[in-house]
Design a protein around this ligand. Structure first.
Ligand SMILES: NC(=O)c1ccc[n+]([C@@H]2O[C@H](COP(=O)([O-])OP(=O)(O)OC[C@H]3O[C@@H](n4cnc5c(N)ncnc54)[C@H](OP(=O)(O)O)[C@@H]3O)[C@@H](O)[C@H]2O)c1
Length: 330
Protein backbone atom coordinates (compact mmCIF):
# COMPACT_ATOMS: atom_id res chain seq x y z
CA UNK A 1 0.00 0.00 0.00
CA UNK A 2 1.18 3.50 -0.78
CA UNK A 3 2.45 5.52 2.16
CA UNK A 4 -0.01 8.11 3.42
CA UNK A 5 1.53 10.67 5.81
CA UNK A 6 -0.29 10.99 9.14
CA UNK A 7 -2.85 13.78 9.13
CA UNK A 8 -1.87 14.88 12.66
CA UNK A 9 1.85 15.11 11.81
CA UNK A 10 2.19 18.78 12.74
CA UNK A 11 0.37 18.58 16.08
CA UNK A 12 3.21 17.84 18.49
CA UNK A 13 6.36 19.12 16.81
CA UNK A 14 7.78 22.45 17.94
CA UNK A 15 8.88 24.75 15.12
CA UNK A 16 11.46 27.43 15.82
CA UNK A 17 12.43 30.44 13.75
CA UNK A 18 15.91 30.02 12.31
CA UNK A 19 17.60 33.16 13.61
CA UNK A 20 15.89 36.35 12.46
CA UNK A 21 14.68 34.74 9.24
CA UNK A 22 11.10 33.83 8.47
CA UNK A 23 12.02 30.18 8.12
CA UNK A 24 10.70 27.80 10.76
CA UNK A 25 12.57 24.58 11.38
CA UNK A 26 11.48 21.60 13.48
CA UNK A 27 13.23 21.47 16.87
CA UNK A 28 14.47 18.03 15.83
CA UNK A 29 15.70 17.43 12.29
CA UNK A 30 16.95 14.25 10.65
CA UNK A 31 20.44 14.03 9.16
CA UNK A 32 21.41 11.46 6.55
CA UNK A 33 25.15 11.36 7.18
CA UNK A 34 25.11 7.63 8.04
CA UNK A 35 22.71 4.78 7.22
CA UNK A 36 21.31 6.20 3.98
CA UNK A 37 24.03 5.16 1.54
CA UNK A 38 23.82 2.69 -1.31
CA UNK A 39 25.23 -0.05 0.93
CA UNK A 40 22.40 0.38 3.49
CA UNK A 41 18.87 -1.06 3.43
CA UNK A 42 16.55 1.11 1.32
CA UNK A 43 13.57 -0.20 3.28
CA UNK A 44 15.02 1.01 6.60
CA UNK A 45 16.05 4.35 5.10
CA UNK A 46 12.57 4.85 3.68
CA UNK A 47 10.91 3.91 6.99
CA UNK A 48 13.11 6.35 8.91
CA UNK A 49 12.17 9.24 6.62
CA UNK A 50 8.47 8.32 6.75
CA UNK A 51 8.56 7.97 10.54
CA UNK A 52 10.27 11.35 10.82
CA UNK A 53 7.80 13.04 8.48
CA UNK A 54 4.86 11.55 10.37
CA UNK A 55 6.26 13.07 13.57
CA UNK A 56 6.51 16.56 12.10
CA UNK A 57 10.19 16.43 11.16
CA UNK A 58 10.16 18.52 8.02
CA UNK A 59 13.89 19.12 7.78
CA UNK A 60 16.28 16.60 6.19
CA UNK A 61 19.98 17.40 6.13
CA UNK A 62 22.41 16.11 3.52
CA UNK A 63 25.83 16.86 2.08
CA UNK A 64 27.45 15.99 -1.23
CA UNK A 65 29.71 13.43 0.48
CA UNK A 66 27.13 11.65 2.68
CA UNK A 67 26.57 7.94 2.18
CA UNK A 68 28.76 5.08 1.23
CA UNK A 69 29.83 5.71 -1.50
CA UNK A 70 29.84 9.52 -1.33
CA UNK A 71 26.79 11.03 -3.00
CA UNK A 72 24.60 8.00 -2.45
CA UNK A 73 22.70 9.48 0.52
CA UNK A 74 21.47 12.23 -1.81
CA UNK A 75 20.44 9.58 -4.34
CA UNK A 76 18.60 7.59 -1.66
CA UNK A 77 16.81 10.68 -0.37
CA UNK A 78 15.92 11.75 -3.93
CA UNK A 79 14.40 8.31 -4.51
CA UNK A 80 12.43 8.41 -1.25
CA UNK A 81 11.21 11.93 -1.98
CA UNK A 82 10.02 11.13 -5.49
CA UNK A 83 8.62 7.66 -4.75
CA UNK A 84 7.20 7.96 -1.25
CA UNK A 85 6.71 11.67 -0.67
CA UNK A 86 5.82 12.79 -4.14
CA UNK A 87 3.51 15.76 -3.85
CA UNK A 88 5.06 16.84 -0.53
CA UNK A 89 8.10 18.80 -1.81
CA UNK A 90 6.69 22.05 -0.42
CA UNK A 91 6.27 20.49 3.04
CA UNK A 92 9.92 19.52 3.39
CA UNK A 93 13.07 21.52 3.93
CA UNK A 94 16.12 19.95 2.33
CA UNK A 95 19.68 21.08 2.87
CA UNK A 96 22.92 20.01 1.31
CA UNK A 97 26.54 21.12 1.60
CA UNK A 98 29.87 21.17 -0.16
CA UNK A 99 33.30 21.51 1.38
CA UNK A 100 34.82 18.08 1.90
CA UNK A 101 36.58 15.84 -0.59
CA UNK A 102 34.19 14.86 -3.35
CA UNK A 103 36.10 14.26 -6.57
CA UNK A 104 39.79 14.08 -7.53
CA UNK A 105 41.91 17.05 -8.43
CA UNK A 106 42.09 20.65 -7.21
CA UNK A 107 38.38 21.47 -7.83
CA UNK A 108 36.81 18.72 -5.74
CA UNK A 109 36.80 20.13 -2.21
CA UNK A 110 37.03 23.20 0.10
CA UNK A 111 35.46 26.54 -0.88
CA UNK A 112 36.38 27.82 -4.34
CA UNK A 113 33.66 29.22 -6.57
CA UNK A 114 34.52 26.51 -9.11
CA UNK A 115 33.85 23.70 -6.61
CA UNK A 116 30.86 25.21 -4.82
CA UNK A 117 28.88 25.81 -8.03
CA UNK A 118 29.73 22.49 -9.71
CA UNK A 119 28.97 20.55 -6.54
CA UNK A 120 25.49 22.01 -6.15
CA UNK A 121 24.65 21.08 -9.74
CA UNK A 122 25.77 17.52 -9.01
CA UNK A 123 23.74 17.40 -5.78
CA UNK A 124 20.61 18.63 -7.55
CA UNK A 125 21.04 15.93 -10.19
CA UNK A 126 21.43 13.21 -7.53
CA UNK A 127 18.40 14.52 -5.65
CA UNK A 128 16.35 15.02 -8.80
CA UNK A 129 15.52 18.59 -7.76
CA UNK A 130 15.61 22.05 -9.37
CA UNK A 131 16.45 23.80 -6.12
CA UNK A 132 17.59 23.09 -2.60
CA UNK A 133 16.22 24.88 0.46
CA UNK A 134 19.51 25.52 2.27
CA UNK A 135 22.96 25.32 0.70
CA UNK A 136 25.91 25.29 3.09
CA UNK A 137 29.61 25.82 2.82
CA UNK A 138 30.55 22.69 4.81
CA UNK A 139 33.85 24.03 6.16
CA UNK A 140 35.94 27.18 6.14
CA UNK A 141 38.65 27.18 3.49
CA UNK A 142 41.61 29.26 4.68
CA UNK A 143 43.11 29.20 1.16
CA UNK A 144 40.11 30.78 -0.56
CA UNK A 145 39.17 34.41 0.10
CA UNK A 146 35.97 34.43 2.13
CA UNK A 147 34.55 36.89 -0.45
CA UNK A 148 34.80 34.13 -3.07
CA UNK A 149 32.94 31.46 -1.07
CA UNK A 150 30.33 34.00 0.01
CA UNK A 151 30.02 35.12 -3.63
CA UNK A 152 29.45 31.54 -4.78
CA UNK A 153 26.68 31.06 -2.19
CA UNK A 154 25.11 34.34 -3.27
CA UNK A 155 25.22 33.18 -6.90
CA UNK A 156 23.29 29.96 -6.21
CA UNK A 157 20.51 31.99 -4.60
CA UNK A 158 20.41 34.42 -7.55
CA UNK A 159 20.33 31.41 -9.93
CA UNK A 160 17.28 30.10 -8.07
CA UNK A 161 19.14 26.92 -7.09
CA UNK A 162 19.00 27.61 -3.32
CA UNK A 163 16.52 29.54 -1.20
CA UNK A 164 18.79 30.16 1.81
CA UNK A 165 22.46 29.69 2.57
CA UNK A 166 24.49 28.73 5.61
CA UNK A 167 27.94 27.84 6.86
CA UNK A 168 29.07 24.88 8.90
CA UNK A 169 32.13 24.40 11.11
CA UNK A 170 33.17 28.03 10.54
CA UNK A 171 35.08 29.80 13.32
CA UNK A 172 33.14 32.63 14.94
CA UNK A 173 35.30 35.47 13.54
CA UNK A 174 34.97 34.24 9.94
CA UNK A 175 31.23 33.75 10.49
CA UNK A 176 30.99 37.39 11.49
CA UNK A 177 32.99 38.46 8.45
CA UNK A 178 30.79 36.34 6.17
CA UNK A 179 27.64 37.77 7.75
CA UNK A 180 28.77 41.31 6.91
CA UNK A 181 29.49 40.35 3.28
CA UNK A 182 26.18 38.54 2.91
CA UNK A 183 24.37 41.56 4.33
CA UNK A 184 25.94 43.79 1.70
CA UNK A 185 24.85 41.35 -1.02
CA UNK A 186 21.38 40.93 0.59
CA UNK A 187 21.85 37.14 0.50
CA UNK A 188 19.51 35.17 2.81
CA UNK A 189 22.28 33.84 5.07
CA UNK A 190 20.35 32.41 8.00
CA UNK A 191 22.16 29.53 9.65
CA UNK A 192 25.35 28.09 11.10
CA UNK A 193 25.69 24.34 11.59
CA UNK A 194 28.14 23.66 14.43
CA UNK A 195 28.84 20.49 16.38
CA UNK A 196 27.28 20.78 19.82
CA UNK A 197 26.37 18.36 22.57
CA UNK A 198 26.78 17.74 26.29
CA UNK A 199 30.16 16.23 25.44
CA UNK A 200 31.30 19.03 23.15
CA UNK A 201 30.36 22.49 24.35
CA UNK A 202 32.83 24.65 22.42
CA UNK A 203 30.07 26.53 20.56
CA UNK A 204 28.95 28.10 23.85
CA UNK A 205 32.19 30.12 23.98
CA UNK A 206 32.50 32.53 21.05
CA UNK A 207 30.15 31.10 18.46
CA UNK A 208 26.68 31.29 20.02
CA UNK A 209 27.12 34.95 21.07
CA UNK A 210 28.15 35.81 17.48
CA UNK A 211 25.15 33.96 16.05
CA UNK A 212 22.87 35.83 18.42
CA UNK A 213 24.41 39.16 17.49
CA UNK A 214 24.14 38.42 13.76
CA UNK A 215 20.59 37.05 13.97
CA UNK A 216 21.63 33.60 12.75
CA UNK A 217 20.12 30.32 13.89
CA UNK A 218 22.14 27.28 14.94
CA UNK A 219 21.17 23.87 13.62
CA UNK A 220 23.45 21.79 15.80
CA UNK A 221 24.86 18.46 14.72
CA UNK A 222 25.70 15.29 16.63
CA UNK A 223 23.68 16.23 19.73
CA UNK A 224 23.99 12.57 20.81
CA UNK A 225 27.74 12.53 20.20
CA UNK A 226 27.13 9.78 17.64
CA UNK A 227 25.30 7.61 20.16
CA UNK A 228 27.67 7.97 23.11
CA UNK A 229 25.03 10.11 24.83
CA UNK A 230 22.70 7.13 25.17
CA UNK A 231 22.91 4.10 27.42
CA UNK A 232 23.71 1.72 24.55
CA UNK A 233 27.40 1.32 25.46
CA UNK A 234 26.89 0.73 29.21
CA UNK A 235 27.22 -3.06 28.93
CA UNK A 236 29.78 -3.33 26.15
CA UNK A 237 29.69 -2.48 22.47
CA UNK A 238 26.58 -3.83 20.72
CA UNK A 239 27.43 -5.45 17.38
CA UNK A 240 24.94 -3.29 15.48
CA UNK A 241 26.17 0.02 16.94
CA UNK A 242 28.10 2.71 15.11
CA UNK A 243 31.22 2.05 17.18
CA UNK A 244 31.15 -1.66 16.24
CA UNK A 245 30.67 -0.79 12.58
CA UNK A 246 34.01 1.05 12.77
CA UNK A 247 32.94 3.96 10.58
CA UNK A 248 35.63 6.58 10.30
CA UNK A 249 34.54 9.25 12.76
CA UNK A 250 34.03 7.27 15.96
CA UNK A 251 35.98 4.45 17.50
CA UNK A 252 36.14 2.20 20.50
CA UNK A 253 38.68 4.36 22.31
CA UNK A 254 36.07 7.13 22.57
CA UNK A 255 33.96 4.83 24.75
CA UNK A 256 36.00 5.62 27.83
CA UNK A 257 35.44 4.67 31.44
CA UNK A 258 34.91 8.38 32.20
CA UNK A 259 32.26 8.89 29.51
CA UNK A 260 30.42 5.73 30.58
CA UNK A 261 30.44 6.99 34.16
CA UNK A 262 29.11 10.38 33.07
CA UNK A 263 26.29 8.72 31.12
CA UNK A 264 25.47 6.61 34.18
CA UNK A 265 25.14 9.77 36.25
CA UNK A 266 23.16 11.54 33.51
CA UNK A 267 20.76 8.61 33.58
CA UNK A 268 19.87 9.45 37.18
CA UNK A 269 18.91 12.99 36.06
CA UNK A 270 17.08 11.59 33.02
CA UNK A 271 15.11 9.11 35.18
CA UNK A 272 13.94 11.95 37.44
CA UNK A 273 12.68 13.78 34.35
CA UNK A 274 11.03 10.64 32.92
CA UNK A 275 13.39 10.76 29.98
CA UNK A 276 15.96 8.48 28.43
CA UNK A 277 19.54 9.74 28.30
CA UNK A 278 19.12 10.42 24.55
CA UNK A 279 16.02 12.52 25.28
CA UNK A 280 17.82 14.38 28.07
CA UNK A 281 20.76 15.14 25.75
CA UNK A 282 18.39 16.53 23.10
CA UNK A 283 16.32 18.61 25.54
CA UNK A 284 19.55 19.99 26.94
CA UNK A 285 20.86 21.32 23.59
CA UNK A 286 17.44 22.77 22.85
CA UNK A 287 17.40 24.74 26.14
CA UNK A 288 19.50 27.30 24.33
CA UNK A 289 17.27 29.57 22.23
CA UNK A 290 20.02 30.19 19.64
CA UNK A 291 19.59 26.52 18.80
CA UNK A 292 16.85 26.33 16.20
CA UNK A 293 17.13 22.59 15.72
CA UNK A 294 18.99 19.53 16.97
CA UNK A 295 20.12 17.49 14.00
CA UNK A 296 19.97 13.80 14.87
CA UNK A 297 21.06 10.70 13.02
CA UNK A 298 19.41 7.32 13.40
CA UNK A 299 19.96 3.72 12.36
CA UNK A 300 16.35 2.63 12.86
CA UNK A 301 12.89 4.25 12.97
CA UNK A 302 12.42 3.51 16.70
CA UNK A 303 15.32 5.82 17.52
CA UNK A 304 13.59 8.67 15.69
CA UNK A 305 10.41 7.98 17.68
CA UNK A 306 12.27 7.90 20.99
CA UNK A 307 14.24 11.04 20.23
CA UNK A 308 11.26 13.18 19.21
CA UNK A 309 9.66 12.43 22.60
CA UNK A 310 12.39 14.65 24.10
CA UNK A 311 10.16 17.58 23.17
CA UNK A 312 7.69 16.60 25.89
CA UNK A 313 10.09 17.99 28.49
CA UNK A 314 12.28 20.91 27.43
CA UNK A 315 12.30 22.82 30.73
CA UNK A 316 15.17 22.58 33.18
CA UNK A 317 15.38 23.85 36.74
CA UNK A 318 18.54 25.74 37.74
CA UNK A 319 19.34 22.85 40.03
CA UNK A 320 19.13 20.32 37.21
CA UNK A 321 21.36 22.46 35.00
CA UNK A 322 23.92 22.86 37.79
CA UNK A 323 23.86 19.13 38.44
CA UNK A 324 24.40 18.38 34.73
CA UNK A 325 27.27 20.93 34.56
CA UNK A 326 28.89 19.23 37.51
CA UNK A 327 28.57 15.78 35.88
CA UNK A 328 29.98 17.06 32.59
CA UNK A 329 32.98 18.79 34.11
CA UNK A 330 34.10 15.69 36.01
N1 LIG B 1 28.15 19.77 9.34
C1 LIG B 1 28.92 18.77 9.63
O1 LIG B 1 30.17 18.82 9.49
C2 LIG B 1 28.31 17.51 10.13
C3 LIG B 1 29.11 16.46 10.62
C4 LIG B 1 28.48 15.31 11.09
C5 LIG B 1 27.10 15.23 11.09
N2 LIG B 1 26.35 16.26 10.59
C6 LIG B 1 24.87 16.18 10.53
O2 LIG B 1 24.36 15.78 11.78
C7 LIG B 1 23.54 14.61 11.61
C8 LIG B 1 23.61 13.76 12.85
O3 LIG B 1 24.92 13.25 12.99
P1 LIG B 1 25.21 11.87 13.66
O4 LIG B 1 24.27 10.85 13.15
O5 LIG B 1 26.65 11.61 13.52
O6 LIG B 1 24.95 12.24 15.19
P2 LIG B 1 24.08 11.81 16.44
O7 LIG B 1 22.66 12.18 16.25
O8 LIG B 1 24.81 12.36 17.59
O9 LIG B 1 24.21 10.21 16.47
C9 LIG B 1 23.33 9.41 15.78
C10 LIG B 1 23.57 7.94 16.11
O10 LIG B 1 23.31 7.69 17.49
C11 LIG B 1 22.61 6.48 17.64
N3 LIG B 1 21.27 6.79 18.18
C12 LIG B 1 20.39 7.74 17.78
N4 LIG B 1 19.31 7.76 18.56
C13 LIG B 1 19.47 6.79 19.48
C14 LIG B 1 18.70 6.32 20.56
N5 LIG B 1 17.52 6.86 20.86
N6 LIG B 1 19.19 5.30 21.30
C15 LIG B 1 20.39 4.74 21.03
N7 LIG B 1 21.19 5.13 20.01
C16 LIG B 1 20.73 6.16 19.24
C17 LIG B 1 22.55 5.83 16.27
O11 LIG B 1 23.73 5.06 16.08
P3 LIG B 1 23.79 3.46 16.02
O12 LIG B 1 24.27 3.14 14.66
O13 LIG B 1 24.80 3.10 17.06
O14 LIG B 1 22.42 2.92 16.30
C18 LIG B 1 22.61 7.04 15.37
O15 LIG B 1 23.02 6.75 14.07
C19 LIG B 1 24.12 13.97 10.36
O16 LIG B 1 23.24 13.05 9.74
C20 LIG B 1 24.39 15.17 9.51
O17 LIG B 1 23.20 15.61 8.91
C21 LIG B 1 26.93 17.39 10.14
Amino acid sequence: MNYQPKLNRYDDMEYRKCGNSGLKVPAISLGLYRNFGEVESYQTAKKMVQTAFDLGITHFDLANNYGEPSGSAEETFGKILHKELSGYRDEVLISTKAGYDMWPGPYGDFGSRKYMLASLDQSLTRLGLDYIDIYYSHRYDPETPIEETVGALDTVVKQGKALYVGVSNYPSDVTQQAAKLFRELKTPFIVHQPQYSMFLRGAEGDLFPVLEEEGLGAIVYQPLYQGLLTTKYQNGIPSDSRVAKKVDSISEDQVTKESLEQVKRLKVVADQRNQSVAQLALSWVLRNRTVASALIGASRPEQVEENVKALANLDFSDEELANIDEILTK
